[in-house]
Design a protein around this ligand. Structure first.
Ligand code: ZN
Length: 200
């Protein structure tokens, strides 16, 4: 892929290529950045990578990123534990938090259903969501999966399996454009989508 480069350079390019959304050209640019950057910057980059790997894991309650067993949201007693907002990934939590429109808890699915790719309910964190919803404290589940085919499939599936739990089920309103990811929606749009959420 990068013929003519020393093998260690090729190896670095190949490593960058494994990252989501990074093609060969970007990977080469990143490798040249590393080559030309000062030692302090490179040390800082490598230590940031290893620190994340060493210290960050998933919250045992909601699957959000956390440095402890419970994430900062789950361990905050001021949060409204009667509501759970379901998002696909940890960046969904960040996006909703930025709106300031929500004070409940979250559940991160760490994925979305995609029958074409063979991703079924057992591949995402559905069963632990059902266990959480089964507790008396939960009164509303807000489904904030993306407005993509996968996100909509997931929302529909969740509405079916959660129906018998008796909790109020809501979905963010269509303020978020079709095909859009929650994490990229602007703060105002997401805030309105939250306030205008519809009962499923
Ligand atoms: Zn948590």
């Amino acid at each position: 892929m990068s013929k003519g480069f020393p093998s260690v350079m090729t190896r670095l390019i190949e490593e960058f290529c494994k990252m989501p959304g990074v093609g060969v050209r970007s990977a080469q640019r990143m490798a040249f950045y590393v080559l030309e950057a000062g030692k302090t910057d490179v040390d800082s980059l490598t230590s940031a990578i290893s620190e994340v790997k060493k210290n960050i894991s998933f919250c045992k309650e909601c699957n959000n990123l956390s440095e402890r067993e419970l994430c900062s949201i789950c361990s905050d007693t001021k949060r409204d534990s009667s509501r759970i907002c379901v998002v696909e990934g940890p960046s969904g939590v960040l996006a909703v938090e930025r709106t300031g429109a929500y004070n409940g808890l979250y559940h991160v699915l760490l994925g979305a259903l995609s029958p074409i790719d063979g991703i079924g309910p057992a591949d995402i964190r559905v069963s632990d969501l059902l266990a959480r919803v089964g507790k008396d404290t939960v009164k509303e589940v807000i489904i904030a999966t993306d407005f993509t085919t996968e996100g909509e499939t997931t929302a529909l599936f969740l509405s079916r399996v959660l129906k018998k739990s008796g909790v109020r089920l809501t979905r963010l309103s269509r303020g978020v454009p079709e095909g859009a990811c929650v994490e990229y929606a602007d703060v105002g749009t997401l805030q309105r989508a939250f306030e205008d959420r519809k009962t499923m």
